[in-house]
Ligand binder design. Sequence first.
Ligand code: FES
Ligand code: FES
Length: 160
Amino acid sequence: MSKIHVTTTVNGDEVEFLTDPRETLLDCLRDHLDLTGSKEGCGTGDCGACSVTVDGTLVSSCLMLGVEAEGKKIETIEGMAGKDGELHPLQRKFIEHAALQCGFCTPGFLVASKALLEKNPDPTETEVRYWLAGNLCRCTGYDKIVRAVMDAAAEMRGAA
Ligand code: FES
Ligand code: FES
């Protein structure tokens, strides 16, 4: 099958790649752009491990085709820390609260949590749990993740 040329913006940088029209955005990020932070847990939209934002909207990249990325602005976990390597407050708080164990789900949780705090900088615990209901973790039991998000939100509000 002939490949399709896609130009898109990932973490602020314009990139181009060739893709089979049936490939998912997740596969394109991982296999064509070497951005392997987004994980494939299920491939069916159920686990959130592949979460990215596309034009500011949280999406499961396993459910989107790579060709649909044409002209879009995509943010992945690789763009979360500053250019100088300084961790985002959410990343620091996940570490401080031990909100990860194997870490497989963590990129998805971080991307989803950042999307939440951009929409709602002061979420209640219930709102955090509701927003993150699409992200599954088999290790942490979720409480530490929720505490990390609430703590990061408080710190970010203080800094704003
Ligand atoms: S891999 Fe995309 S939701 Fe699970
Ligand atoms: S830390 Fe292992 S799946 Fe979440």
